[in-house]
Design a protein around this ligand. Structure first.
Ligand code: PLP
Ligand code: LYS
Length: 421
């Protein structure tokens, strides 16, 4: 459930008409609902009720300061994957002891910044990384809490570009080598090994791959404990999928996912962390765009929008499907017609949808891309010198611009011209 509904023939974000935001900030833009963000965070928190747990929002999904602050104030921890994300989390008011640091390429500088500013744990992805964390911790005179991310060799049954838990993927250490790697970690005085981490991929629409992975983690926990390691925390990653189309079978709900976690791991008495990103932010955001032209092509009509692949890259990058709806609700019984929906960027890949049935639309009409809150604004670029589009946060009947559209001056003047020119 989200908070983008039609009311009196027009699409609203909570209690604010989308057309009012468009008039204030211009198009295209992203708009997020505070109520949906909080509801989705709460679903996960409730799903793990009765366990010692922390929901660490994977902020790579949508990392605007206002979104982070909204979730942090509700008690969320954060999963970060770069020094930049770590700083963002801190600035948004997340205490270091609620920040977990994932990623295969943490640099010594990033590790130093996190150890200095405070960190809940590093999710270590390789032995060379383990050595660097140890060295930096010793240099600073501290002990770094770590888990080791294991790769359980499980098929997440998702898009190949976002599956992470197969042995051929770059993530984690093979679970078959865990015993050896934990023994190595235990010899490093700058590290305190506190648990195990696993994350098998994103947009999972079935529970089975989670069950396979978590069952392996349960077995590993017992094995490592028998080998003398004090395993007391399990970070189970993110990855629970969202319904991108209302017509599809709905993916499992957080409550079902929580029940699976309790079933597979509850007996171990470990502290549980999860790192959901998409399910918290995805359906909490829309990208709103305006029709510039309707162009008749060879046997098809193109709807040319002012939003493009640089603003929302998922369709071009993963052939991802997003529902696209007219902001003005179509009159009942109005006949739909197929359009190819495209942006102005000079690439054929700048196509959001082909032969998508829509109500008849005309230049100036607004359309909204649903499920655009996660991996939308954060993956945008300025390709074709198109300024990053604004982000707006709605809260009840209020809305605020949480990122301004930069001016062309700002963008162009970031470049500098060498003295020889
Ligand atoms: C380590 C890690 N944790 C959490 C996530 C969040 O995943 P999702 O947005 O699918 O919940 C990702 C992205 O796949 C990830 O790589
Ligand atoms: N960017 C991807 C998800 C990546 C998940 C990264 N851990 C998407 O839009 O589906």
């Amino acid at each position: 459930m989200d908070h983008f509904l039609y009311r009196d023939g027009a699409l609203y974000a909570e209690d604010v008409p989308i057309s009012e935001i468009a008039a204030a900030v211009g198009t295209p833009f992203y708009v997020y609902s505070t109520a949906t963000l909080l509801r989705h965070f709460q679903l996960f928190d409730d799903a793990l009720e009765g366990t010692d747990h922390l929901v660490c929002y994977a902020m790579k999904a949508a990392s605007n300061q206002a979104i982070l602050r909204t979730l942090a104030q509700a008690g969320a921890g954060m999963d970060v994957v770069s020094g930049g994300e770590y700083l963002r989390a801190k600035v948004a008011g997340v205490p270091g002891d609620k920040i977990v640091f994932s990623g295969v390429g943490k640099t010594a500088d990033e590790i130093r910044a996190a150890l200095t500013g405070g960190i809940r744990q590093f999710n270590v992805e390789s032995e060379p990384e383990m050595e660097v964390i140890n060295a930096v911790a010793l240099e600073l005179g501290v002990v770094a809490p770590i888990t080791v991310r294991v790769n359980p060799d499980v098929d997440a049954k998702t898009h190949a570009k976002i599956a992470t838990g197969k042995s051929e993927n770059k993530f984690g250490i093979p679970i078959t080598r865990a015993s050896e790697v934990y023994a190595h970690a235990a010899t490093l005085p700058g590290l305190e090994v506190i648990g195990i981490d696993v994350h098998i991929g994103s947009q999972l629409t079935e529970l089975e791959p989670f069950e396979l992975a978590y069952t392996k983690v349960a077995e590993l926990t017992e094995q490592l404990r028998a080998e003398g390691h004090n395993i007391r925390r399990l970070d189970l990653g993110g990855g629970l999928g969202i319904p991108y189309t209302r017509a599809n079978d709905a993916p499992p709900l957080p409550v079902e996912y929580g029940a699976l976690i309790k079933k597979t791991l509850g007996h171990l008495g470990c502290e549980i962390e999860i790192e959901p990103g998409r399910l918290i932010a995805g359906n909490a955001g829309l990208m709103v765009s305006k029709v510039i032209y309707v162009k008749s092509g060879e046997g098809r009509d193109f709807l040319i929008l002012d939003g493009a692949m640089n603003d929302l890259i998922r369709p071009a990058m993963y052939e991802a499907y997003h529902d696209i709806v007219a902001v003005q609700e179509p009159a009942p019984g109005v006949e739909q017609q197929p359009y190819d929906i495209v942006g102005p960027v000079c690439e054929t890949g700048d196509t959001f949808a082909k032969q998508r049935n829509m109500p008849p639309l005309a230049p100036g009409d607004l359309v909204a891309f649903r499920s655009a809150g996660a991996y939308g604004a954060v993956m945008a670029s300025e390709y074709n010198t198109r300024p990053l589009i604004p982000e707006v946060l709605v809260h009840g009947d209020q809305f605020a611009v949480i990122r301004e559209r930069p001016s062309f001056d700002e963008i162009i003047n970031r470049d500098t011209i060498p003295g020889w020119l």
